[in-house]
Design a protein around this ligand. Structure first.
Ligand code: B12
Length: 348
């Protein structure tokens, strides 16, 4: 097979790979990508213009309820195999320093970090990939032991930012500069700056360019977290279970369908409400309502695809607002969320 189209945008190849992932055909998918490599497509393009966007499409299909969780898991597993196959076929001599690439504690989106590690390797860095959910203490002993030039940390979910902050600080104390990335740091990496990292990059290629330039630029900026002095964040964490119970009781009272939930549905609802409180806490941590309203936009889309009216979420939001009468910052974020959902409801 040869790529004869002038634009060579890999559009058709993305459709083919997506179809093979949908069929969970590991060997066909791997063979397909390796053939593209053999036909001269650069490995970095295969990672960033083929595997990465196809994974995003996998996420869209799951979110839209067109693919099951099992299909998504199978597809991601195959993408990991494809990345591994590309890696073994593209040896590179190290000409630059050592980068340790790791997921934050509690972060399971390892493929994103792996793509970053692979691109840096292809650009001549010696990379060590530590994988998903690395506890801070283990990462730090590794940094002491290995003394890398950079630690690159990935975070896909903004709800993990309070953990990310602790991890960033712990790494910085070892004297190793911290580069971060992933969708968890928000649009334009806004929360990376709040947490005082040495650097943020929107993607793997940008990360390579940043490290190839003047890096690190100087002492990392001080984290913009003075608001944490009011103790609202730890107090909110202490009330997590109580808030979930309060919100769940409100759902049972005001959402007629909830009365007929079976055990599994009740557990799933409690889990979702826990997620809601965790996102609220993360918004309180970085003091930005966008973190919470972004989560609600995402929730609304997920619910709509599953034929649940997004306005249902107004019930737990109002219950939390009533319970958190003495938490001014959390209440502001809840207000912003209620306004956002109420506007969406009018738009429907
Ligand atoms: C595969 C997948 C999973 C797999 C991950 C397995 C694995 N081995 O990686 C599993 C099943 C574990 C999973 C779990 C969950 N997931 Co998930 N997942 C995905 C999916 C479909 C693909 C992720 C991926 O590989 N993306 C491709 C890469 C290329 O994109 P990327 O992450 O943006 O990475 C690029 C840049 O961001 C950047 N970058 C990333 N890291 C770093 C690091 C550095 C240092 C730098 C510089 C740059 C950088 O460079 C990358 C390449 O250019 C995404 C959909 C999506 N849009 O990404 C959802 C997605 C991220 N998941 C989502 C969710 C909700 C979850 C769960 C909460 C689901 C649940 N209810 O359990 C859990 C949370 C688990 C956890 N605590 O981490 C949501 C997040 C929504 C939100 N509001 O935050 C998404 C967007 C799905 C969706 N459409 O709704 N997930």
């Amino acid at each position: 097979m040869t790529l004869t189209r002038p634009a060579d945008e890999l559009t058709e190849e993305r459709d083919t790979l997506f179809a093979l992932l949908g069929e969970a055909d590991e060997h066909a998918a791997t063979d397909f990508v390796i053939r593209l490599l053999d036909n001269g497509v650069e490995p970095e393009r295969l990672l960033l213009e083929l595997v990465a966007p196809v994974q995003v499409r996998v996420g869209e299909h799951w979110a839209a309820n067109r693919w099951t969780v099992a299909q998504e898991h199978a597809a991601t597993h195959i993408s990991e195999r494809v990345v591994a196959a590309l890696s073994t076929r593209t040896p590179v001599r190290h000409s630059r320093g050592h980068v340790v690439v790791s997921c934050m504690d509690g972060e399971w989106h390892a493929l994103s970090a792996r793509l970053v590690a692979e691109v840096l390797r292809l650009r001549g860095w010696r990379t060590t990939f530590l994988g998903a959910s690395v506890p801070a203490s283990h990462l730090v002993s590794y940094l002491h032991q290995e003394g890398p030039d950079v630690v690159a940390l990935s975070c896909a979910l903004p709800v993990r930012l309070p953990h990310a902050h602790r991890m960033i600080e712990t790494c910085q104390r070892t004297g190793v500069p911290v580069l971060v990335g992933g969708t968890g740091f928000g649009p334009g990496g806004r929360w990376a700056r709040t947490l005082g990292v040495d650097g943020w990059a929107p993607g793997a290629a940008a990360a390579a360019e940043l490290l190839e330039g003047r890096w690190p630029v100087g002492a990392p900026p001080r984290p913009a977290l003075d608001h944490l002095a009011d103790d609202e964040y730890p107090s909110l964490l202490k009330r997590r279970d109580e808030l979930v119970d309060t919100a769940f009781a409100a759902v049972l009272r005001h959402v007629p369908a909830a009365a007929g939930y079976d055990e599994r549905q009740r557990e799933a609802t409690e889990e979702d409400l826990g997620h809601l409180v965790d996102f609220l806490a993360a918004a309180v941590y970085v003091e930005d309502s966008e973190l919470f309203t972004g989560f609600l936009d995402w929730t609304a889309a997920i619910l709509a695809a599953r034929k649940v009216p997004p306005s249902t979420v107004l019930v737990p939001l109002r219950a939390c607002r009533a319970a958190l009468y003495d938490f001014p910052r959390a209440r502001n974020h809840l207000e912003a969320g209620i306004t956002r959902l109420a506007v969406e409801r009018k738009d429907q």
